[in-house]
Ligand binder design. Sequence first.
Ligand SMILES: [Zn+2]
Length: 236
Amino acid sequence: MRLSRKASVALVVLWGVAFVGAAFAQQAPTAAQPPHEEGTFRQPDLVELIKLDPTIKLDIRYATANNFLGRPVYTQARAFLQRPAAEALVRAHRALRQQGYGLVIHDGYRPWSVTKVFWDATPEDKKIFVADPAKGSRHNRGCAVDLSLYDLKTGKTVEMPSGYDEMSERSHITYAGGSSEARARREVLRAAMEREGFAVYEPEWWHYDYKDWSSYPILNISFSEIGKAPRRRPQE
Ligand SMILES: [Zn+2]
């Protein structure tokens, strides 16, 4: 078969486009992988919080459009932590009853791929509020929790000095504005969490890290895969 000169040029151009396209397609999955970590880690044991205590309330904003992205990034409204952190959280929840409060959870374990989505969607001047996917997040290790208090009498989430995920100075744990009641509740939450081995992330009053976070690896499994035997993939 003889091709005209025009057709030959067109073929070469098409081949070039296909080659470059394939190269990009191959790059994409490696660019979206969690960072490789050296060292030994504890065996992950993610536990669903409401299975330990069904009186813990959930308000999983990332499963709704009511979050800073304006669209859902979770397909299931569920919250998990590594077992020792989950048990410590339950103790904090039960101790708060005496003060008339319970815990309401906004987020716990977060798959690494979601941290990457947050990072890519956040402008440079707000990146202090999101974790760098190159390092991973303590949420990815199942040892960080975003939470607030609910009032046992009304069942409603209490007012705090800022809204959850509000990327502003009002979110800081030492922010001195807002009502004195709201600041007092922020301190009630902090004291209950610190007593059980959690430390606040200072720019965000709602974010707490469990003390053993560095013992757990960065994970990238979906909520629906938690508790199931690992699946073998064809290339493994
Ligand atoms: Zn957080």
